[in-house]
Design a binder for this molecule. Structure first.
Ligand SMILES: [Zn+2]
Length: 347
């Protein structure tokens, strides 16, 4: 059995750093104890012993591909089927981020996956937003939602999802994402949904260059007009795509530990983090913090210890991340930036 890679624990300094996390999935943020409680409340019979819940939901080293990794996340889908469940898990995702020192949090979730008869997509979005707002009121963490479309859903479902996302732009939906099985379902199936988002002025990010090559990144930038790319690690294989990202200043949402767990890179030592950070804006994120047993600060610790990034560089990355966030309110953005700057100039 292979041994799974996990990042180091963060230093007190990196834990205290006011951080920005742009790439976290709700579906990879469900606490195992919450999963069991939600299953019991909804009378869902589990196909496994509750004592095994951590191994069923979290990486244990048996995963070889993105599809294996997604299968662990999909275990959570069965309990995310009620307003209370979505509200609670969104709240807890933001609460966990707050305890990790995150001051700005973009949570992404795929509402079309959780909708069912009597619980439409709109109600899913409202439940998640309610959880984020509750966390903001309680902990002061600024949170926004990115509505995630899944590649394996019908194009018409994603068109409908895009229209709904636009309707909640004033209630906390900041952007739109395309996630899921990249190798099996190309992004071009969903260009119409992206046009709707673009016309409405919401932020656009696309998972690309994770399970497929640099050309998927080019397509996301040139044709879908993505302002940010989820992962994009395979951009490193094309000088032209690197030039494109640099020229257009497209931010790469890098999630190093997740990239090892999904097989996007063969090992953490071969991760191109440093090489990508070459005139191209990057953010460093946790992707699926419960699934991957990590947090934003653990990922920053990894950047510091393994990739030799200085604290100054890591602070600069937080400011870049805020600049490329989908936060539309300039005054909120400035207030958050000043928190990072205050940390940088601390005694
Ligand atoms: Zn992701």
């Amino acid at each position: 059995m292979s041994t799974a890679f996990f990042p180091p624990e963060p230093s007190a300094e990196l834990l205290a750093l006011p951080k920005c996390n742009l790439h976290t999935h709700l579906e990879g943020s469900v606490r195992p104890a919450t999963f069991l409680e939600l299953a019991a409340q909804q009378a869902i019979s589990l196909p496994f012993d509750p004592l095994q819940v951590s191994d069923k939901l979290q990486v244990d080293g048996s995963e070889k591909t993105l599809v294996d990794y997604l299968a662990k996340i999909m275990v959570n889908y069965q309990v995310l089927k009620s307003p209370a469940a979505l509200r609670r898990t969104a709240f807890e995702a933001a609460e966990d981020a707050y305890h990790d020192g995150v001051i700005y949090f973009e949570l992404r979730a795929g509402p079309a996956t959780h909708a069912r008869p009597g619980f439409p997509i709109e109600a899913c979005v409202e439940s998640i937003l309610a959880g984020l707002q509750e966390a903001e009121a309680r902990f002061g963490i600024t949170s926004r939602l990115i509505v995630a479309a899944l590649r394996n859903h019908a194009p018409q479902t994603n068109v409908e999802l895009a229209q709904i996302a636009c309707r909640y732009a004033q209630q906390g939906v900041a952007g739109f994402d395309l996630a899921g099985d990249e190798a099996g379902y190309p992004a071009d199936l969903h260009h119409e949904a992206f046009e709707i988002i673009r016309d409405a002025g919401l932020g656009l990010t696309v998972h690309a260059g994770e399970a497929s090559g640099a050309e998927a990144v080019r397509y996301a930038v040139e044709t879908l007009h993505a302002q940010r790319i989820g992962h994009g690690v395979h951009s490193i294989e094309s000088r032209a795509v690197m030039d494109l990202l640099r020229e257009k200043q497209v931010l790469l949402e890098i999630c190093p530990t997740s990239n090892v767990h999904t097989g996007a890179v063969s090992s953490i030592e071969t991760h191109p983090l440093k090489a990508l950070y070459d005139g191209i804006p990057i953010s460093i994120n946790d992707d699926d913090p419960i699934t991957s047993r990590t947090r934003a600060s653990n990922e920053l610790m990894l950047a510091h210890t393994l990739f030799g990034m200085s604290l100054e560089t890591i602070i600069a990355i937080q400011l870049t991340t805020l600049e490329h966030s989908f936060l539309r309110e300039t005054s909120v953005k400035e207030r958050l930036k000043s928190k990072v700057q205050a940390f940088a100039s601390r005694e």
